[in-house]
Design a protein around this ligand. Sequence first.
Ligand code: CUA
Length: 178
Amino acid sequence: MSLAIPARDWFKPPVGAEKLWIGLALLWCFVMSLMMPYWHFRGKQNSRGEAYAVKPAAFLERVEKFIAATKVGERKLGDFVIPIAEPAPGGDAYLLGRMWSWSPILKLRQGETYRIHLSALDLQHGFSLQPLNMNFQVLPGYDHVLTITPTSKGEFTIVCNEFCGIGHDKMFGKIIVE
Ligand code: CUA
């Protein structure tokens, strides 16, 4: 008894038409790579990269001062009661990520511009605004300033998209635009 030997090496069949698809996939890789710097300059949902060093405790103090000056109510979000803050149009607003909440809830006006200071108290969190899908890293020690102008009304949910421990999946926040 003997094994039948295949007529040709099955492991190395001729490439043929696959060359075309490999070429198209490579071309698309280049297009997507070029889109990254293009959108960095032309996109309207990018950070300007404005950031400052800040001690987490000092940032917390600023957030508490901001909430005391602008609080218009509060709302239960998951396990937490979160204050609602309404900053002055054109003014500064603060948003703090910590295990496991975003505070305060920001109440903004459509068409007005705000400077939102974003930082974390304890460890790295991920700011992800849904359903717009705007995403920023939030790190303790960095006051990241986002200059934003809401263009549509509604309630937007902030989820944490950086794993930050046992309560990560319940770390929600809100931005309300009126
Ligand atoms: Cu904060 Cu995950």
